[in-house]
Design a protein around this ligand. Structure first.
Ligand code: ADP
Length: 443
């Protein structure tokens, strides 16, 4: 093995050991948001062990056995942090680190002597809480900072008790020379770790944003394709089905007098063809919602309601129904009257249709708001069970298929129109107690 490859091998081994150490306590069950901070704790503890450990030979060479012993004890205490993390006591590990590091920096400074500048390591201790806790965990960060500050304030008070143990000035000066380098290295490392993690976070967010944009584009494209597909299919199918229905009309009138059952078949076929025309037309209407619209114009809902009442007059009279508009309605400026007409027409007709009361009643109510007004259409009809109301706004969803005519597209169209304007629609209903459709529209 050449010298270079041995070095390479060695650095790989060291990196593997370092990765293992920094991941102590991280398991498959560890909450994702905790992982980063457990690693931080291990990293700072690991660096501290290295830094304190590095002093031991220095102290031994200088014959300062007492200090070497102290530094050895420091190292052991810092190692306890790994043990707490390993056991899953993550917060205890963090505070144990802060406590141990602050206490020992102060005690070491007192024993070695103030001229060594060891007490200045407390400035780095003050940075540590920012590495160990999440930024919104401000109480713990403040507590960590308070520990560092308390230790710093304790230093001058404790110094007089340790003067007898202090190293000779020359040695203290010697220690302070190394300390300067150590402080720069540790402080730089703390900054580097924070910057590296910030960069990692930012890069992850950028990647996720990019993926999100791509997905959204893809979704928009496939939505457009689907709508286009629905449009083409319904548009192209309409003419042939209408033709079939028309031809069936002609045949039915020719077989008018025949009693051999052929007429019934024709009638059934005609009904099916007509139903298909209805479905296709509604599908076409659905795919057209929001397309090729002119600019929105002020829409006076009172006027719109008068037109609607006229259009529904015959139906209302036939069913002995009553349409009540509870208060004057607003003028909306950001919508299209044709679309809103469709929504009210659909909901009101449903309120009359799905109704077995002697006097079907549909009430329109409105609550003003600053951005989106709230409207409701309430009926005294048959209602629907709550558990069935969820998918009611899906295309072709019908709950009462045998009793009532319909395509099941009405509510889907209403939802699409309302959501196109940034509004929302929901139903509150109970069987036998009528239904209430609430929806919002921009002011
Ligand atoms: P359609 O009226 O063509 O069946 P809709 O989309 O308008 O289609 O309604 C879907 C289904 O929701 C209806 O078939 C009916 O079962 C139920 N529904 C709609 N409005 C009401 C209502 N006011 N009361 C009770 N059920 C309703």
């Amino acid at each position: 093995m050449t010298g270079l490859s041995t070095l390479h091998h060695l650095s790989n081994r060291l990196l593997a050991v370092w990765t293992k150490i920094t991941n102590i306590g991280v398991t498959d069950q560890t909450p994702a948001k905790e992982i980063k901070f457990i690693r931080f704790t291990n990293i700072v503890a690991g660096l501290t062990v290295l830094a304190v450990g590095a002093y031991i030979p220095h102290s031994l060479i200088n014959g300062s056995y007492l200090i070497a012993g102290l530094q050895f004890i420091d190292t052991l205490f810092v190692l306890s942090v790994f043990w707490f993390n390993h056991k899953g006591y993550y917060n205890i590990a963090k505070f144990a680190y802060l406590f141990v590091i602050n206490t020992f920096v102060v005690l070491n400074a007192c024993i070695i002597g103030s001229k060594s500048g060891v007490q200045e390591f407390l400035f780095i201790s003050n940075v540590t809480p920012f590495l160990l806790f999440r930024v919104n965990d401000y109480k713990r960060i403040l507590l960590g900072m308070a520990m560092a500050m308390t230790a710093y304030m304790m230093h001058p008070i404790l110094v007089p008790f340790f003067l007898d143990y202090n190293l000779p000035d020359a040695l203290q000066y010697n220690v302070s020379q190394i300390n300067v380098v150590m402080k720069f290295i540790l402080f730089g490392m703390a900054m580097y770790i924070m910057a590296a993690y910030n960069l990692k976070g930012e890069t992850e967010i950028e990647t996720i944003n990019h993926q999100l944009t791509l997905h959204t584009q893809e979704l928009n494209r496939s939505n457009k394709d689907l709508e286009h597909f629905a449009y083409i299919i319904s548009h192209d199918l309409k003419a042939p089905i209408r033709n079939i229905s028309h031809m069936l009309d002609i045949y039915t009138s020719r077989f008018h007098r025949e009693e051999n059952g052929g007429k019934d078949f024709l009638l059934h076929s005609k009904q099916s063809a007509d139903r298909m025309v209805l479905l296709i037309e509604d599908l076409l209407n659905y795919s057209k919602v929001g397309k090729n619209l002119p600019n929105p114009e002020p829409t006076d809902l009172n006027q719109l309601m008068r037109t609607l009442e006229m259009e529904l007059a015959q139906r209302i009279a036939e069913t002995n129904a009553e349409l009540i508009v509870e208060q004057p309605l607003p003028v909306l400026t950001k919508v299209h009257s044709t679309m809103i007409y469709h929504v009210f027409q659909n909901l009101i007709t449903n309120g009359i249709k799905f109704n077995k009361s002697e006097k079907p009643r549909v009430i329109i109510q409105y609550t003003p708001a600053t951005t989106h007004h709230l409207f409701s259409v309430t009926d005294n009809g048959i209602g629907i069970p709550e558990e069935l109301s969820k998918g009611l706004f899906q295309m072709f969803r019908r709950l009462h298929t045998t009793e009532f005519e319909g395509s099941g597209m009405g509510l889907a169209i209403c939802k699409k129109i309302i959501e196109n304007y940034g509004g929302q629609i929901a139903i509150e209903s109970q069987p036998g107690n009528g239904s209430r459709f609430n929806f919002t529209l921009p002011v």
